[in-house]
Design a protein around this ligand. Structure first.
Ligand code: ADP
Ligand code: MG
Length: 724
């Protein structure tokens, strides 16, 4: 019987597994491979006529319109470069709202009389593609008879070559829109929102007297957490394969209670994988920088250097696909789900962000002079206003069925969106709020435009790890995004709410100046007004505590615990007005995002529910019944021998078996009765299916601690987390 046990077979396979030999020479220097697969600025400079290059830069930096001649010239240089490097195909790459990456490959070659000939790769092929859009989620934006979607080249994100042992493909980052121009992807609104934010940030800089102002952009530095497990175990866990998380599994005897993993030594096999990944990322021009072990066993983190938000978002997607692919090569599976293992630390993707430009630098960096301080405080105040007014939108930007396991559950950070400023900066704002000229603790009176700020610590030790939105010295860190999601979604929201806040700031200062108010005084008044009105979003205490939940409620801050609670934020009047005003989403597009959010939620829970049902029925229950039978036969045999026998062991297994049977039948009925409108189905998933799955899991997890080890079919938490 146990010979066919998948779990035991997996353990044997893991033991027999030999990791792949190193694939590159030790003497290879990172500098040599950096960006080797990227159609980078320096490649373009070398290969493009001067005027074409200049005009392309204008498009990249200032969104100037791209003309056909330039496109043709770029296309031809790009094709030559790619083919010299061995590419046979090209692909428009886009990011549909499934959260995945979509590619449609076309050959550079096509059949012609007398053999293969080179297909045309003209400007129009570079600029526009037409994949069949009908299978991508669109939230009602397209009827099937007008299913066409268009991809459009995004010149701000460099083209690159995807290396496969069997060939190479030129990848062209694109946006994806419907035939009416509605955004069907993550990138379109990100580019629009960057544009909106930049304009108002530049107005503010102008007020501060700057004349030479480069285009302002937002920067993002995502910290990606993930789990690695041996692939043999993964293949023996249909729940992981179907839903990305374990739907069964009792806690291991040893978990993460010793805190002995955080920054622990990285196992050799994992390090080999990481180095392989980093090498690939380097070739793609992705600046992988920090790597370390995370708090949970089998959990790790990689943080590339921050880049322009739109490029960081593309690179982040590319990083995830690279990790998935190379993990397989190293006999492992990379899990990006926010909560693959219950009771074990989950994974997030902290997004560090700042705004700035080449001429004024990082606008979230406290300055040395009183003038710089004032400017810094104004940008900080804008963020405080933005987060206070639109906390609900930040929350919905990270809402998903999988991230629900972190936010609002007993895990970092809470679903309540607040800001942590650190003691000194919070004190500065406090004092400003208390009336005009202010005093900071160390330095006495602090007057905007006259005094400098106290030195603000950038020491990580000072950070409040329980805050969802924290100032960390020269940037803010949004900690709520999930490990699985695209960072584009939260960045769209951050850019847009910043656009609104900076618009407000600029308009108010412009008016004061026009009214003849002294500029420093106008700034001081504005800061005081903002902090008085929006300071309730600043919180430095323990975000996990029960008291905070109550206090946040009394401060009027939203506590949107689940995706179901969060999604309606997208349809609020304020959200609609905001996104429309800054030309990021039309009302149609907002409705479509809402529909897709519901649909994705419902589908995820559906997959989990069906997977739970199937595994319980075909794997757990049969194992439990075999065990039960063995116990019963054994008791019978002892009885037959005339020896007194304790039947408690039979009762011990029979009770959870019967619990499991009834839980399975409740879940089955639950699935059968699941119909309604999109809202009803999502709500039903939340209220009926999730609890039904919970009951199945509870009975199964009890059985896992009872059933004979050689019968148990699913790799255990201990095996998956500790054997690597
Ligand atoms: P932590 O101590 O929070 O774990 P990490 O070093 O893991 O920090 O990650 C910090 C991330 O913040 C990196 O991606 C880094 O590039 C990014 N970062 C640093 N400075 C800025 C900045 N000014 N703007 C945006 N991101 C930044
Ligand atoms: Mg980190």
């Amino acid at each position: 019987m146990s010979a066919n046990n998948v779990r035991l077979q997996a353990i044997k396979d893991v033991e027999a597994y030999i990791p792949p030999a190193p694939t590159y020479a030790a003497e290879e220097a990172p500098g040599e491979i950096w960006g080797e697969n990227v159609f980078s600025l320096s490649v373009m400079q070398k290969r493009l006529p001067k005027l074409v290059y200049k005009s392309l830069i204008a498009t990249m930096e200032h969104s100037a319109k791209l003309d056909q001649m330039v496109a043709d010239s770029v296309a031809s240089a790009m094709k030559d470069w790619a083919m010299e490097k061995g590419c046979t195909h090209y692909s428009h790459v886009f990011y549909p709202l499934t959260g995945l990456t979509a590619e449609k490959h076309d050959s550079f070659f096509e059949p012609a009389g007398g053999g293969l000939s080179l297909a045309e790769f003209a400007g129009k092929t570079l600029i526009q593609g037409e994949p069949d859009g009908s299978s991508f989620p669109n939230g009602g934006l397209r009827n099937t008879f007008e299913a066409r979607g268009y991809t459009g080249w995004d010149p701000t994100s460099p083209a690159y070559i995807l290396d496969n042992p069997n060939g190479k493909t030129l990848c062209i980052p694109t946006i994806f829109v419907s035939m009416f121009g509605d955004a069907l992807d993550h990138k379109t609104p990100l580019l629009r929102s960057q544009q909106a934010m930049a304009g108002h940030a530049e107005r503010v800089l102008k007020l501060f007297g700057h004349r030479n102002i480069d285009h302002v952009v937002s920067f993002a530095g995502p910290e990606q957490e993930y789990f690695l497990i041996d692939r043999h175990f993964y293949l023996a866990r249909p729940d992981l394969m179907a839903s990305g998380r374990t739907l069964f599994g009792s806690p291991p005897p040893k978990g993460q209670e010793f805190d002995d993993h955080y920054f622990g030594a990285i196992p050799e096999r994992v390090l080999g994988f990481m180095m392989d990944c980093e090498r690939e990322l380097f070739k793609l021009g992705i600046p992988a920088k920090t790597r370390h072990q995370e708090v949970a066993p089998g959990q790790f983190e990689i943080a590339p250097m921050f880049e322009r938000a739109n490029i960081a978002a593309d690179h982040q997607q590319l990083l995830m696909t690279t990790f998935k692919r190379l993990a397989n090569k190293h006999g492992m599976e990379c899990l990006f789900h926010e909560k693959p293992f219950r009771g074990v630390n989950g994974s997030g993707k902290h997004v560090n962000f700042s705004i700035g430009n080449a001429t004024q630098g990082n606008l979230l960096l406290p300055g040395d002079t009183p003038h710089d301080n004032a400017q810094f405080l104004v940008f900080c105040a804008a963020i405080i206003r933005a987060v206070h007014l639109y906390g609900g939108l930040l929350r919905v930007s990270v809402a998903s069925a999988s991230n629900d396991h972190r936010l609002g559950a007993n895990e970092a950070p809470p679903a309540i969106i607040s800001i942590f400023l650190g003691d000194q900066l919070a004190d500065v704002f406090d004092q400003i709020a208390k009336g005009g000229a202010t005093s900071s603790k160390e330095k006495g009176r602090l007057q905007i435009g006259v005094d400098t700020l106290p030195v603000l610590p950038t020491d990580p030790g000072d950070r409040n790890r329980t805050s969802p939105f924290a100032f960390t010295g020269n940037r803010f860190e949004f900690r709520a995004p999930g490990s699985l999601q695209s960072i584009a979604t939260p960045m769209v929201t951050i850019n847009t709410i910043m656009a609104e806040a900076l618009d407000h700031v600029a308009s108010s200062l412009e008016k004061s100046v026009a009214d003849g108010v002294d500029f420093n005084e106008a700034v001081q008044t504005l800061l005081a007004d903002i902090i008085t009105e929006h300071g309730s979003v600043v919180f430095g205490g323990n975000g996990y505590s029960q008291e905070w939940q109550e206090e946040a409620a009394s401060r009027g801050l939203k506590n949107l615990r689940s995706t179901i609670d969060a999604l309606p934020e997208l349809l609020s009047d304020e959200a609609m007005a905001l996104f429309e005003k800054y030309s990021v989403f039309s009302h149609r597009e907002m409705h479509s995002r809402y529909e897709i959010g519901l649909e994705q939620y419902t589908r995820s829970i559906g997959v989990e529910a069906r997977s739970t049902l199937e595994i319980a029925t075909t794997a757990v229950l049969p194992a439990a019944v075999r065990h039960q039978t063995e116990v019963a036969l054994n008791i019978g045999a002892i009885k037959a021998a005339g020896v007194e026998v304790d039947i408690a062991p039979l009762a011990a297994v029979s009770a959870p078996v019967s619990d499991l049977r009834s839980a399975v039948s409740v879940l089955k009925d639950g699935l059968a009765g699941w119909t309604g409108t999109a809202e009803e189905e999502a709500k039903y998933a939340y209220e009926v299916l999730i609890p039904a799955m919970e009951s199945v899991r509870a009975a199964s997890d009890t059985l896992e601690t009872i059933v004979a080890d050689d019968l148990w079919p699913l790799p255990t938490y201990q095996e998956m987390l500790f054997i690597l």
